[in-house]
Design a protein around this ligand. Structure first.
Ligand code: ATP
Length: 886
């Protein structure tokens, strides 16, 4: 083998395993840990080195070619030509600052998303020093022996040396039908990717299990080659970002038009062309919301980062806002609502019911324990681990299980059973309705075999009812002797069985789930359970956690299959919550599609390979990070690192909060437009008979100086009380709606404009101030009003008292900053001629003092009115608006 940084390129993976072992200097027992570490330094980590993204310089430069930046540049040139060099310099400063700000924000957002990878490390099972262990996928090296099972993402190019797999190659060839792969394939020449003994990095195993020897890693894999060719994909802007971009443009155009309209008015009012042009420019620069978009991207990124810390890793920024409008959560039961820590409590044998510890359950326990693939060390399916524990407790451990195993017919979520051939016995376990039809006899407690009589059936169904009513999960166990007649296939194995009995286990609800369900209900979100488990069992668990308050219905997989589309639509549109039991993957997909067609925003959980289509189809596919398969994780939009239902509800809350905060920010930024424009209107309408109430640089100082930090601080506001007491936001509701504009311009803006104008005229006519002082009063008045606006904007509906005046420390710091900047501009002599300010006296300051309170109070009354007009934000059952079709 040639060992170079190029990797073992000379190894031909299409050779028989023994030759490959020689070429790769490895063996069926895998590499030693030391050798693996050495190879890791030689070949480098097994990861796709991303094509170096744009350098920071190019990204920074790109900020200057944004359309809005170009608009500002035109303004700067015009200002220069219009003989207003100070303004031109100011505008250039604005462009620079803004580009820098946007650049930093976008980088931060990008980094937040990239950091998510650390929450979801890929792992592989490799043999090291002869022992199977989990290793980070990035540490795989050529020569490693890896184990691959259903649901695994394959993380290196490898040759199968044992077993059969079905692999989804769509990442490589776009083919959606899984392809068979087997260790014993005949070596037929043909394209590498079609070689039946090879598996490739980036593809997924959808069925079967096997072992393979790693041939290539990192950039030397097939997918590495493709990655090296293709560009790094650009991320799609989220709907929120698109909306904001559109709004930004509308406002920018309005600002340009308003500026253009002002130009002739200014000239007529006696300003002179040069001054009129600079005002026009000032108006445009001030009102173009250039910082809006990057700030919103950052708000989403902050949301993403916070969600990750709370156990929900989302894969794209837009998921955060979709989460906020979730109307229905479809959750599975085992492991999401429950702990997935099973413990056998009861056993049933024909004619007798036993406790878990009773010796009479030994044959049943032993058969069940042999029919497993989980390991004694606790790795594997929790249901099976419970069975292994039971057998061990009854002194009939399943030792020698793997040695004696002749065949394995793995658990099939559709069949709901699995079988093994161990030595000369078949063992089958699974759902009772799946196993019973295969049985021709039943083993009685006295070890005689009887018929599956009606009496037995009645006894069975009574036992099932009892267990289900207690929320227990039940497995039926059966078996038969096949000495001398090894079964040819699954159907041959699973026939003429003797039912050995039932095993019932508890899987208690997770702590906190009941509270999360109640919170979701308050938030107008409906919860349906879609589970493979038995209906009454699932319904009991649902009852325990509070799902189904508005009426709980059980719909089985068979019933679902028989339903027409319109019947299903009707069922889902009706009141109450549904337990879909014994569901199939197809059923899950159908429910998801029907809900979405009904206008619902669906969050759907899942963990298996078969769940992938439904996860992809849902608005928010939620995969289980711990117990879930890689395939499900890949199909999902959000991965729960704690597998907990509670986290789904928390994520919805975070989504709502981020959306709310973006609105707060927009409200605050929009509100200042009115008090800034009104002084110009007064000046223009007076025909120039009053002095100019506000200079252009003063406007810029407000919009780009004093306001920046308080605005950012609003984006970090904590969740408002009642956030989860409101029905979900309609997905059609934009971030900027009529109520927001009414509040920003009609209320906050208008009240501020009135106050500011009063301050100006008072200073000019009665307060004994100079025109410069009067203009300074306008400037300081706007700053004062915006402080009130900031406090008003902190809540959408709630009162300020309910969240605490001092609870947003960042905002307090932002306001302190605002005051310092304003004071510097007003009182620092060198700045006074630039900004056209003059020091204000105590009387004038006293005049300004009530401004913030008046502005805030006006909005407080508005919100109070809104609250009393729409009473009862809370409800125990989901509101009609969220339940029915919208
Ligand atoms: N390892 C297993 N071997 C045999 N039968 C099983 C096994 N695991 C589950 N079953 C049977 O199949 C049924 C469905 O199980 P499945 O794993 O599809 O759903 P689940 O885990 O109960 O539900 P959820 O979809 O809520 O996670 C179970 O009720 C049980 O009867």
């Amino acid at each position: 083998m040639t060992e170079s940084l190029d990797g073992p390129a000379a190894v031909d993976g299409r050779r028989p395993p023994q030759q490959l072992f020689r070429d790769l200097r490895t063996s069926a027992g895998g590499l030693g840990a030391r050798e693996a570490a050495r190879r890791l330094t030689v070949y480098g980590p097994n990861e796709l080195s991303r094509r170096p993204g744009n350098s920071w310089l190019t990204e920074l430069l790109a900020q200057f070619t944004q359309p809005l930046a170009v608009l500002l540049m035109v303004a700067a040139v015009l200002a220069w030509l219009g003989d207003a060099p100070q303004l031109a310099i100011a505008v250039v400063a604005v462009i620079l600052l803004n580009a820098g700000f946007a650049f930093v924000q976008e980088r931060q957002a990008e980094r937040a998303v990239e950091a998510l990878a650390a929450y979801l490390p890929d792992t592989a099972r490799a043999l090291r020093d002869g022992m199977a262990c989990e290793v980070p996928a990035r540490e795989l090296v050529p020569g490693d022996i890896i184990e691959i099972t259903e649901g695994d993402r394959i993380c290196a190019d490898a040759r199968l040396i044992e077993g059969d797999l079905s692999v989804d190659l769509s990442a490589l060839n776009g083919e959606s039908v899984p392809a068979g792969r087997t260790a014993d394939a005949d070596l037929v020449p043909g394209p590498l990717i079609e070689a039946r003994e090879l598996v490739f990095s980036g593809t997924a195993c959808v069925a079967g299990q096997g072992r393979a020897v790693v041939l290539h890693t990192g950039m030397h894999t097939e997918i590495g080659r493709i990655a090296a060719l293709s560009q790094r994909g650009r991320t799609e802007p989220s709907p929120l970002e698109r909306q904001v971009r559109r709004a930004t443009w509308v406002i920018a155009i309005a600002a340009v038009l308003a500026g253009a309209a002002f130009l002739p008015i200014g000239v007529v009012a006696g300003l002179g062309w040069s001054a009129a042009i600079s005002f026009t420019i000032g108006l445009i620069v001030a009102n173009v919301p250039e910082g809006l978009l990057p700030t919103i991207t950052l708000a989403l990124a902050v949301g993403v980062r916070e969600l990750a810390r709370r156990g929900a890793v989302v894969k794209r920024l837009s998921a955060v806002e979709t989460l906020g409008s979730t109307t229905v959560i479809c959750t599975d039961k085992t492991g999401t609502l429950t702990e997935n820590r099973m413990r056998v409590t009861r056993m049933w044998r024909s004619g007798a019911e036993l406790d878990a510890g009773e010796a009479g359950g030994r044959p049943l326990a032993r058969a069940a324990a042999l029919c497993t693939t989980a390991r004694e060390d606790g790795r594997g399916d929790p249901t099976e681990i419970a069975l292994l524990r039971l057998a061990a407790d009854l002194d009939v451990p399943a030792t020698g299980r793997d040695r004696e195993r002749v065949a394995l017919y793995a658990f099939d979520a559709r069949l709901k059973r699995m079988s093994t051939v161990d030595g000369d016995r078949v063992h089958t376990k699974g759902a009772l309705e799946s196993v019973l039809p295969l049985c021709t006899g039943v083993l009685a407690a006295d070890d005689t075999v009887g018929d599956v009589s009606d009496a037995v059936r009645t006894e069975l169904s009574a036992a099932m009812d009892r267990y289900a009513a207690a929320g227990l999960r039940v497995l039926a166990v059966a078996g038969r002797d096949v000495a001398g007649h090894p079964p040819a296939d699954r159907a041959d194995a699973e026939r003429d069985l003797v039912l050995l009995g039932l095993i019932a286990m508890v899987d208690p609800p997770r702590p906190g789930v009941a509270e999360a369900v109640a919170a979701a209900h308050h938030a107008g979100i409906r919860i349906h359970v879609i589970t493979g488990d038995y209906g009454p069992t699932a319904a009991e668990i649902a009852r325990q956690v509070g799902i189904g308050r508005g009426g709980r219905r059980i719909v089985t997989g068979d019933q679902l299959d028989r339903m027409t589309e319109s019947e299903l639509d009707e069922l889902l549109a009706g009141p109450g919550e549904i337990v879909f039991a014994r569901s199939s993957p197809e059923g899950k997909l159908r429910i998801c599609e029907a809900l979405r067609a009904g206008g619902q925003i669906v969050a759907m959980t899942g963990d298996g390979v078969n769940d992938a289509p439904a996860l992809r189809h849902a608005d928010i596919g939620v995969a289980m990070g711990r117990s879930g398969t890689d395939v499900a994780r890949e199909a999902a939009t959000m991965v729960l690192t704690d597998d907990n239902f509670v986290t789904v509800v928390r994520a919805v809350e975070a989504g709502r909060r981020v959306f709310d905060n973006v609105r707060k920010f927009v409200l605050y930024i929009f509100a200042h437009a009115v008090p800034e424009i009104v002084p110009f209107l007064i000046f223009a309408l007076s025909g120039g008979s009053v002095p100019l109430p506000l200079t252009v640089l003063q406007i810029l100082a407000i919009d780009l100086g004093t306001e920046t930090l308080p605005a950012l601080a609003l984006g970090r506001e904590a969740a408002e009380p009642g956030l989860m007491d409101r029905p979900p936001r309609s997905s059609r509701q934009g971030v900027i709606d009529r109520r927001l504009l009414l509040r920003a311009w009609g209320l906050l803006g208008t009240v501020s404009a009135a106050l500011v104008t009063a301050g100006y005229f008072w200073t000019l006519w009665w307060g004994g101030g100079s025109p410069a002082q009067a203009a300074t009063m306008t400037f300081a008045g706007i700053v004062a009003c915006q402080i009130g606006t900031a406090f008003a904007a902190r809540t959408d509906h709630a009162s300020l008292r309910s969240i605490g005046v001092f609870s947003n420390r960042l905002l307090l710091a932002g306001i302190a900053f605002e005051l310092v900047v304003a004071a510097v501009i007003i009182y620092l002599p060198p700045l006074q001629p630039i900004f056209g300010t003059a020091a204000l006296g105590p009387a004038q300051l006293a005049f300004l003092l009530p401004f913030p309170v008046i502005v805030w109070l006006a909005d407080e009354i508005f919100r109070w009115h809104g609250r009393s007009a729409r009473p009862g934000g809370t409800f125990d059952s989901p509101p009609e608006s969220a339940m029915g079709k919208r």
